[in-house]
Design a protein. Structure first.
Length: 292
């Protein structure tokens, strides 16, 4: 519109008009070039996301797709993976891997099967995790303990072990581990879940140290209360009990954490945000919540 207006101005301001048109033309070229470069940079990145079928993993996949980051989406539920593939495939290149992070053989086999276009992983997002039960240590269910340790700790290790060599080989990469405030503070009845998230916190720091010589960035994000399927899983499908966890205040949403993940991974390469705790405004600690 500015360009058209300038062209229609009287001849007496021809020279000024010419300079203004030329300036507008340069700005237009510069802007389009910057956008083009940004898109090219994003499209050249490949992100591998575990737990991509729900919650934080899904929200991050959707945001990354909008920014044209190539995606490897992982999860156990094939129908959800297929839906995501169809939806996000309209925005970026997508492939999916169906496996359970608890199964070491499945993890390594699935990652080895990646098409060449998706095999060079730039960003690993270890999102898959869960909580089972909320009991005292003396009343805890051993099967719940196994599930939390197998997914939250061993699953993270299996996936990382399969992908890290790809990063060390090229001396570049970014690993983001999704922890929890439970990995910073132990709370009543949190015992084994807290222990598993303390392990994630420790592993994040260990990765940062061990991979430092390989120029690999490592970051952990530790959310407080996020309204996802988390509590429904913890309370074994009791939706009313799960809803009560988020009643009386505005909890974080999966999209909030996705925004933060995107911010962290898009900093200039010399910047590594190693450790972040994120609360909803109503939350002051693992156990202090301002509910109305």
């Amino acid at each position: 519109m500015i360009f058209n207006w300038l062209v229609k101005q009287p001849i007496k301001i021809n020279r000024s008009r010419g300079r203004a048109v030329f300036s507008c033309f340069l700005v237009l070229i510069f802007t389009r070039t910057q956008v083009s470069l940004t898109k090219t940079k994003s499209m050249s990145l490949t992100a591998f996301i575990t737990g991509a079928t729900s919650g934080i993993g899904k929200a991050t996949a959707e945001l990354f797709a909008k920014n044209q980051i190539r995606l490897v989406l992982c999860g156990r539920r094939k129908e959800r993976l297929d839906e995501l593939h169809q939806k996000l495939g309209k925005l970026t290149e997508v492939t999916t891997l169906q496996f359970d992070v608890r199964n070491k053989e499945e993890v390594f086999s699935a990652i080895q099967s990646l098409p060449e276009k998706f095999s060079d992983i730039d960003i690993l997002l270890n999102v898959a995790g869960n909580a089972h039960g909320l009991s005292t240590i003396q009343d805890g269910d051993v099967d719940d303990w196994d599930a939390m340790i197998d997914i939250n700790v061993k699953g993270l290790l299996y996936v990382s072990k399969a992908i890290i060599p790809k990063m060390t080989k090229k001396n570049k990469g970014f690993i983001v581990n999704i922890g929890s405030i439970a990995g910073k503070e132990v709370y009543p009845n949190g015992n084994v879940y807290c222990a598993s998230k303390y392990a994630v916190n420790a592993l994040n720091k260990a990765m940062r140290i061990d991979l430092n010589n390989y120029n690999i960035r490592v970051s952990a994000i530790h959310p407080g209360a996020v309204e996802t399927e988390f509590s429904e899983v913890r309370f074994k499908g009791d939706t009313e009990k799960a809803k009560s966890v988020y009643a009386g205040y505005k909890a974080l949403q999966a999209e909030d954490i996705a925004d933060i993940i995107h911010f962290v991974v898009t900093r200039p390469y010399h910047v590594n945000i190693e450790d972040l705790i994120v609360y909803p405004t109503a939350q002051a600690s693992a156990t202090i919540m301002n509910k109305n």
